[in-house]
Design a protein around this ligand. Structure first.
Ligand SMILES: Nc1ncnc2c1ncn2[C@@H]1O[C@H](COP(=O)(O)OS(=O)(=O)O)[C@@H](OP(=O)(O)O)[C@H]1O
Length: 339
């Protein structure tokens, strides 16, 4: 994009190999080669008051130079990147692989993913800060890129449904779901419930064992109760539901379906994924980066083994809800006990 700074690279401790330009299209942080993205406002300053510029004027998206071959992605000619509200959201569900999914999608040059979970629509203290605050949390993008945010608890939140609809009724919604029994165990472990089995089950007065359906890990796994409500507002064509176990087994196939759903170029392929034997999961291999990047150790922790009796009870509990869900979304997932 040709805008050159009128002085040498001013920042200490950042090794500099290459030019600074207004090219804000990459997705990979690199310590070796940098491109600092400038906002339009900064560029105005640059023309009129260059000496007033400081390090803080930079939108610090540091990119590997030449990260995308022009045959893979070229920013629209003459356009400046700007912050945009998401056009797509990963709304859930927590513990179902939402982090892996957004990391994988973020390798696509047309996907510009927010770096963190913003929790704008679900948390009062964030929602009160207003839409301008939400917008500021987004990264810079071009008009042919899709800004993507993930907050896995949006799926369970009424305000998220209402406010996302108000913000953009064309919003594309991505939901990754997991076998509900595995998800609830994952959540119970995360909540540090020591006795996972004990916390999920309760004895009825007559002595029979029942699933405690009044606790979050349990009722948040009744997906149909939430998905059906999203579909009161959004048409099914705007909802893409995938099964976490398929994301684990075949991430390429799953991200390629999402490329089609989002209407972006089919770019991600086998070469972007590497199976890490030790972790037992696929990790990402972004374009032009030698290293494979895996999720942290907090993801993919071993789960406790449930007793056959408890397992059966839980699967029996979820079966009718799963059946309803499959009808609503028009797809079946293989959610039955293994082992
Ligand atoms: N590729 C890859 N690498 C690592 N982990 C993977 C991957 N794909 C899916 N998973 C599963 O993601 C589970 C965590 O889900 P989330 O990222 O949605 O959790 S969170 O709600 O954001 O805390 C995590 O759940 P646990 O196994 O309970 O840790 C993993 O099973």
């Amino acid at each position: 994009m040709g805008h050159q700074l009128p002085w040498s690279f001013p920042f200490k401790n950042v090794p500099m190999h290459g030019a600074i330009g207004v090219t804000c299209t990459g997705h990979v942080w690199s310590k070796r080669s940098v491109i600092a993205c400038l906002t339009e406002e900064t560029l105005r300053n640059l023309r009129y008051r260059p000496s007033k510029l400081s390090q803080h004027d930079f939108h610090w998206t540091v990119r590997t130079i030449g990260q995308y071959d022009p045959s893979i992605y070229k920013a629209p000619k003459g356009e400046m990147p700007r912050k945009r509200f998401p056009q797509a959201l990963i709304i859930g569900a927590g513990k179902c692989g939402t982090r892996a999914l957004i990391e994988f999608l973020n390798m696509h040059p047309q996907v510009v993913a927010a770096r963190e979970e913003i929790h704008f629509f679900d948390l009062d203290q964030n929602f009160r800060r207003g839409l301008a605050w939400y917008l500021q949390r987004m990264r810079y993008s071009y008009s042919d890129q899709i800004t993507l945010e993930k907050t896995p608890s949006y799926m369970w939140t009424k305000r998220a449904r209402d406010e996302i609809y108000k913000l953009n009724r064309d919003m594309k919604l991505i939901v990754v779901l997991k076998d509900p029994v595995i998800r609830l165990v994952s959540q119970a472990i995360r909540n540090k419930d020591k006795d996972v089995t004990g916390c999920l089950l309760v004895h009825a007065p007559n002595g029979t064992l029942l699933v405690r359906d009044n606790i979050r890990p349990v009722y948040w796994s009744i997906y149909v109760n939430y998905i059906a409500k999203w579909l009161w507002k959004f048409p099914i064509t705007q909802l893409h539901v995938l099964d976490s176990s398929m994301l684990v087994k075949d991430p390429v196939g799953e991200v390629q379906k999402i490329e089609r759903f989002l209407g972006i170029k089919p770019i991600l392929s086998k070469g972007n994924f590497h199976f890490d034997e030790q972790k037992g999961f696929y990790c990402k291999r972004p374009f032009y980066v030698q290293n494979v990047v895996c999720l942290g150790n907090e993801k993919g922790k071993p789960h406790p083994t449930l007793s056959p009796e408890v397992k059966e009870l839980l699967y029996k509990f979820y079966r009718p809800y799963n059946e309803k869900l499959f009808k609503v979304i028009g797809t079946r997932f293989a959610w039955w006990p293994s082992g």
